[in-house]
Ligand binder design. Structure first.
Ligand code: C5P
Length: 234
């Protein structure tokens, strides 16, 4: 199975993003890049085209959540943009996830990878009970939503590296776990709470690690990227 390091390009404009990616022009291995809402809403589909033209894989992290028909049509647009990975909220239901997959599938049967968000890591178990009126433990809800995503035919979920094991146990080892919250052993934790190193994420079974500031804010981002790759993929 293909494992990779995804750089979270959390920049707010195309200029900054492309200047950052310029540093990787001569790298034989083109980093997989995550484009989030902030950058996409600022720059639109052109930023995806520009990053793809440079040979990077793109994970477009827009977390769609709407009625099935709307999500299906929106996914057809993202599929034509040739993104490599995109995502929806599993809370949109199995029917919505199935519609997303249908919309994403091209006439020739190919499609980008489709990943679900289970519960956002910003949602505590207490808030899930009180605000969302979802009962049960956070872990049980995360696994239940992951099972729903697998039933809808999705490829995997975004989760903590610490959850990769239970999700693979519930949904099979080929079901992908895409895991943020990665830091080097001696690195700054910043606002992440539960973090793991790239090597530990590999041991825990992560399929893709999403790494932002440890690479984007490093004195030498190319070196930091290479280090992530060698720790995670060795
Ligand atoms: O800079 P850092 O490595 O913390 O960036 C992690 C990236 O992963 C950010 O784009 C963040 O929004 C995203 N993410 C996360 N935790 C989640 C889901 C996404 O940190 N549960």
């Amino acid at each position: 199975m293909k494992k990779d390091v995804i750089i979270a390009c959390d920049f707010d404009c195309a200029g900054q993003t492309l200047r950052f990616l310029d540093m990787f022009r001569d790298e034989p291995r083109k980093p997989f890049v995550k484009i989030g809402m902030e950058l996409y809403y600022a720059e639109g589909p052109d930023i995806v085209r520009a990053v793809k033209e440079r040979g990077h894989g793109v994970f477009l992290d827009l977390k769609l959540h709407d009625i099935p028909t709307t999500v299906k049509k929106a996914m057809a647009v993202l599929s034509r943009l040739e993104v490599d990975m995109c995502n929806v909220h599993a809370a949109g239901t199995i029917e919505m996830m199935k519609a997303a997959k249908e919309g994403l599938t091209r006439a020739d049967g190919t499609r980008p990878l489709l990943i679900a968000v289970t519960q956002l890591t910003s949602t505590s178990e207490e808030r899930m009970h009180s605000d969302l009126m979802i009962q049960g433990t956070l872990n049980d809800v995360v696994v239940h939503y992951a099972r729903n995503a697998a039933e809808a035919g999705l490829d995997g979920v975004v989760c903590s590296p610490l959850e990769s094991g239970i999700i693979h146990d519930a949904c099979g080892k080929n079901f992908l776990t895409i895991t943020p919250g990665v830091r080097f052993a001696e690195g700054e934790v910043a606002d992440q709470v539960r973090v793991t190193t790239p090597a530990r994420a590999r041991e825990l079974g992560s399929d893709y690690i999403v790494v932002g500031r440890p690479i984007t804010a490093a004195p030498d981002p190319v070196e930091a990227y290479r280090r992530c790759v060698s720790e995670f993929l060795k």
